[in-house]
Design a protein around this ligand. Structure first.
Ligand SMILES: Cc1cc2nc3c(=O)[nH]c(=O)nc-3n(C[C@H](O)[C@H](O)[C@H](O)COP(=O)(O)OP(=O)(O)OC[C@H]3O[C@@H](n4cnc5c(N)ncnc54)[C@H](O)[C@@H]3O)c2cc1C
Length: 345
């Protein structure tokens, strides 16, 4: 039996702190979900500008910071089927529009934060920052995760985006992942269950079919109704000092080439095959082009920076201008890397 969370339907408004508003809800397996079982933090109308690296965005209707993986599973199981759910890590690849964001955002950063190692494997939960994985692996003399040091997101975001740089890619070092679905069920998956490309990851059709077959009662309507809660990174033994030196070198390269003192979300567009989005945008004369508080970075043309009081609408308009100008001048249809969610104000 699956019963909607009473709280979501009555519109009562908890204001933060430990959540105690789910008393009386019943999970899909019939178990009572009470304030005693839910230990996370529910907030209403949380400003997303606090949770994105661009520091812009309107309010999300509801957000939940789980206490741990079990608590996340219990919370998801209480949500009505119609409730849109969106996972957010450090919001470093995310533009949230200025209007409302409907549904519930699950924040993983500061929540799913465990990291440990066993032999050659680093096990990290989805909310662990990627740079921490890089440093942790280096400290334990494991090689191959150094590239994560400069990617300012979480493990969950790195898995969802197949984040990478300087020749390294997240999924090249993944042994397996743990996922959770809308009903709070955990699954173990391997690389073979995903189609993985340049900044692209999706469950294979086979895998989503398998889920539906294995669990006939499942309400998974789309592969994106499954999210990452942890990953196992398999890494070869390396040299501690060498790994640390590589991390230092990679970070120095970034400091020299990226506008890190201004709020941004990294590269806005994927690089087209055989070229660089930054080169194309710069060749259109758009470096420094500004709209309100948003500007195409003078330092790196594939970055858009918030120079003070930018609105998401200004950033989005700049993205369109860069895209359309490159298309007109070079006939290249740049593909966006940053994700855009929410409603216009
Ligand atoms: C200065 C700077 C430099 C950057 N450099 C790089 C770079 O070199 N290479 C690179 O690839 N990226 C880079 N990025 C972009 C960004 O840091 C990465 O894409 C990062 O992996 C996003 O992680 P996040 O936790 O911030 O994800 P978010 O921005 O929070 O989310 C991004 C997407 O992932 C989804 N997601 C988040 N967590 C989960 C989860 N647990 N399960 C399922 N889906 C989830 C979200 O729903 C969203 O669609 C850079 C960004 C900045 C600001």
């Amino acid at each position: 039996m699956r019963v909607a969370a009473v709280q979501l339907q009555t519109g009562a408004r908890p204001t933060g702190g430990r959540y105690s508003g789910f008393a009386g809800c019943i999970a899909h397996d019939g178990a009572d979900v009470t304030s005693a079982t839910l230990r996370g933090e529910l907030r209403m109308d949380e400003p997303m500008a606090r949770h994105t690296s661009w520091r812009v965005g309107g309010c999300v209707e509801r957000s939940y910071l789980p206490a741990d993986v079990d608590d996340l599973c219990a919370f998801l199981a209480t949500l009505p089927e119609s409730e849109p759910v969106y996972f957010v890590g450090l919001g470093s690849n995310l533009l949230v529009r200025d209007g409302k964001l409907r549904g519930t955002v699950i924040f993983t950063h500061g929540a799913l934060a465990h990291i440990r190692f066993e032999g050659n494997v680093v096990h990290a939960e989805a909310g662990v920052p990627s740079p921490k994985v890089a440093r942790f692996a280096a400290v334990h003399a494991l090689a191959g995760a150094e590239f994560l040091a400069g990617i300012p997101g979480t493990v969950g975001g790195a898995l969802a985006m197949n984040a990478g740089c300087y020749g390294g890619e997240t999924w090249n070092i993944v042994e397996s992942v743990t996922t959770v679905d809308r009903e709070g069920r955990l699954r173990q998956r391997t690389r073979a269950n995903y189609e993985i490309g340049y900044r692209k990851v999706s469950l294979t059709t086979d895998s989503s079919d398998a889920v539906l077959r294995t669990h006939p009662s499942s309400h998974i309507r789309h592969p994106s109704d499954e999210w990452f809660v942890a990953a196992r990174f398999k890494l070869p033994r390396g040299d501690r000092g060498k790994a640390r030196a590589t991390i230092k070198q990679l970070l120095e390269k970034r400091i020299a080439s990226q506008p890190l003192s201004q709020h941004n979300a990294g590269s806005v567009f994927r690089n087209p095959e055989g070229d660089y989005a930054a080169r194309l945008i710069e060749a259109c004369g758009l470096k420094g082009y500004a709209l309100g508080g948003a500007a195409i970075s003078i330092q790196h043309a594939n970055f858009i920076v918030n120079t003070g009081r930018a609105r998401a609408a200004e950033i989005e308009a700049l993205i369109t201008i860069a895209h359309d100008t490159v298309q007109q001048k070079f006939g290249i249809d740049l593909q966006r890397e940053v994700r855009i969610v929410g409603e216009h104000s």
